[in-house]
Ligand binder design. Structure first.
Ligand code: MG
Length: 206
């Protein structure tokens, strides 16, 4: 359970995560954070980062929260999830200030390190032991496959791979997260550990 103050901040933060998904992320981070640091791909305004940061606090580790903070395709002007409150003085979508506000309010600045940039570029150079990766970045097939290929290999044995926005049918939602979950399960390296709403968490077997 989050403490009531963090719960309130999460509720007030723009984002696309249910409370049940947040609780599951927090518990998973508290557990897998004992194996290594936690990576978040796609932080947006920091809603999910609060839950991961809270779990990291319990495990005495860090969250590296990777996002270019320019918003995804669906956050741009004229698109479905465009939010005019998340635009900088140049008219560009910019979620970094809102993200920093969220983390500051949640008193998690000592646990959450913002990494501003492309997750694939960071993944190519990453060399630190990882306990858990949460993939919730670009939802195109190209981005999702790239994040999965680059980041799942960094997860320690018995560590966790969390993937958001799993939808069984194309009518219900984009199919890229489902595709990478199926690829992971078919590889034999991962098993489904827990799931709620559109969040699935896999455990590394070998
Ligand atoms: Mg998502």
């Amino acid at each position: 359970m989050l403490d009531p103050k963090l719960d309130l901040i999460a509720t007030q933060t723009p984002g696309f995560l249910s409370a049940a998904e947040g609780s599951m992320l927090q518990a998973a981070a508290a557990e897998a954070g004992r194996l290594g640091v936690i990576i978040e791909i796609g932080s947006y305004c920091g809603k999910s980062t609060i839950y991961l940061g809270s779990g990291a606090n319990q495990a005495d580790t860090l969250v590296f929260a990777i996002d270019h903070h320019g918003g995804s395709v669906e956050h741009q002007p004229g698109e479905f999830f465009y939010n005019p409150e998340l635009v900088d003085t140049h008219g560009d979508t910019d979620t970094l200030a809102r993200f920093r506000h969220t983390i500051r309010e949640a008193c998690l600045e000592h646990r959450v390190i913002a990494v501003v940039g492309n997750a694939s570029a960071v993944g190519h150079h990453w060399a630190q032991r990882v306990g858990m990766v949460f993939i919730d970045g670009g939802h195109s097939m190209h981005d999702a496959v790239s994040d999965y290929r680059l980041w799942s290999s960094h997860v320690a044995l018995d560590g966790l791979l969390a993937i958001h926005d799993h939808y069984s049918t194309a009518k219900a939602g984009g199919q890229a997260p489902r595709a990478i979950i199926e690829a992971a399960l078919q590889s034999g390296l991962w098993a489904l550990d827990r799931e709620v709403d559109s969040l699935k968490i896999l455990r590394r077997l070998s």
